[in-house]
Write a protein that binds this ligand. Structure first.
Ligand SMILES: [Zn+2]
Length: 483
């Protein structure tokens, strides 16, 4: 490949959609599968997903969650037991009707989500109050047959995610569970993905089917659209009723359990790639980068041996300290080509070592996000590199935070909502009466919707009147365009 073919040719700022599609393929994250709506996740993309998984999975396990695995098929009769789930997902369910040449007696749904197969088993496993709370999680893929354009990691018919399902003895405990998971998702964005996030509730008309309360993490993309980045639901007793999750309490009375579910998908990866990357390619926070540091030795015939030896020595030191480091000593590529390639692939920190560095016992460090350079002592390589990786994380976070802060605006009328989102994108918050009908004119005009309302139900709305109808405002609505 020539350097031209290697690099990205579109502009993030001016053609975000094309740029994203090019980024995903050229940075080796994913390819488009032969069937519309499906992607092939390539090793680099999958390695990032695995790192993300490890963070979240360890937090889940630290807080009482166990992993399990359930079948990908759900009998139709199981799906039908909870009517909201059926109505909510029916248009998007893929069905298996045949096994080999035989028509099945009962159709099987390819799971669009697994409440209807997991909850019946929680019902079997829970007997008494001593079995509660019960928490299971599975890492799997689900299928939702949406007829929209494929956008890797954002919109695909099959996607990877985790779904947690829990049962509790009362509403208070279940609500606490919902909040705990939401906080863990928020922490993942803030501490691992270098992305500030907003958290809130979904409005009544946009809750998860059958849920009492749906909470959400929302993140803002550079093109001004909001991404629903994770959700956590308190399901009340509707699923417990449908699937008979009961327990015997301390007074030997039978009680209905309260359940929750919560999920985060690989859309988190899409949001991550979209947020930090640039026209040179992928930008990753060191927390998730499969390779955190690449060492590029620069030599001529005379210096080759000592430069390579010095570089290899630095690589060993860093590796021993737990840094994910790669020594790029390929003979058949010049340093410029290597720089471009590692920039495209999102390696956060580059170390350049030539004969100057060897003579002065130094290293030259270059930050991926902004090209900042520093010359540092060889002696303190490990500590210095770790500091620089932290600095790179902080830079990415600060930039995303600055973007978000400038993109939350207020409006007091329908025209102002339309004008502000139309011109700038981002979030517009306003007073809202709580009626879905007031979302309609905004949706129709500019395809923006209420992505969330503040989480605390007793919080006063920012304005007294609904910006759309002028009636008394019940809460504050955040309008935005969405993915
Ligand atoms: Zn209204």
């Amino acid at each position: 490949m020539t350097e031209q073919e290697l690099g990205i040719t579109t502009s993030k700022e001016h053609e975000t959609g094309e740029w994203y599609a090019e980024l995903v393929q050229k940075a080796g994250l994913a390819d488009y599968a032969p069937m519309g709506g499906f992607i092939v996740t390539r090793p680099r993309g999958y390695a990032i997903w695995e790192r993300l998984q490890n963070h979240l999975d360890s937090w889940f396990k630290d807080t009482g969650v166990q992993n399990a695995y359930f079948p990908m098929f759900i009998p139709e009769s199981y799906l039908e037991k909870e009517k909201d789930i059926v109505e909510g997902f029916d248009p998007e369910v893929a069905w298996v009707t045949h096994g080999g040449y035989e028509e099945l007696e009962e159709r099987l749904a390819v799971r669009p989500t697994s409440e209807s197969i997991i909850t019946p088993f929680i019902a079997q496993w829970v007997r008494s109050h001593r079995d509660l709370p019960m928490r299971v999680n599975q890492w799997c893929s689900v299928v939702r047959w949406e007829a929209t354009e494929t956008k890797p990691f954002f919109r695909t018919k099959e996607f990877l995610w985790q779904e947690g399902h829990t049962a509790h003895h009362d509403a208070e405990d279940a609500r606490e569970e919902m909040r705990t998971r939401l906080q863990q998702y928020e922490r993942l964005y803030e501490d691992v993905l270098a992305m500030p996030a907003l958290t809130g509730r979904k409005p009544e008309h946009d809750k998860f089917p059958g849920a009492d309360t749906t909470t959400t993490v929302e993140t803002l993309m550079p093109d001004g659209k909001s991404v629903q980045a994770a959700t956590s639901h308190y399901l009340g007793t509707s699923f417990a009723e449908a699937y008979d999750v009961t327990y015997v309490d301390e007074d030997e009375e039978e009680q209905l359990a309260h359940t929750t579910s919560w999920g985060l998908s690989w859309r988190a990866l899409g949001a991550l790639f979209m947020t930090h990357s640039d026209d040179q390619g992928l930008v990753l926070p060191p927390t998730l980068a499969p390779t955190q540091v690449v060492i590029v030795p620069i030599w001529d015939e005379d210096s080759k041996e000592e430069v390579l030896e010095y570089a290899a020595d630095v690589a060993v030191n860093l590796e021993d300290a737990g840094v994910r480091v790669e020594l790029d000593d390929r003979d058949n590529r010049n340093p410029g080509f290597k720089y471009n390639e590692h920039e495209l692939n999102g390696v956060p920190l580059r170390i350049e070592i030539g004969s100057y560095e060897v003579d002065d016992e130094e290293l030259t460090l270059v930050h991926r996000p902004d090209g900042e350079e520093a010359t540092v002592d060889r002696e303190e390589a490990v500590e210095t590199v770790e500091d620089h990786l932290d600095t790179i994380y902080a830079k990415l976070y600060a930039e995303a935070e600055q973007t978000l802060e400038g993109e939350i605006r207020e409006a007091e009328s329908r025209e102002e909502i339309l004008g502000t989102i139309g011109q700038h994108g981002g979030y517009v918050k306003c007073g809202w009466c709580g009626d879905e009908a007031c979302e309609e004119p905004i949706k129709e005009a500019i395809a923006a919707e209420i992505v969330m309302v503040p989480r605390e139900e007793d919080e006063e709305p920012i304005h007294d009147e609904c910006a759309i109808c002028g009636e008394d405002a019940e809460e504050t609505a955040y309008f935005a365009k969405t993915y």
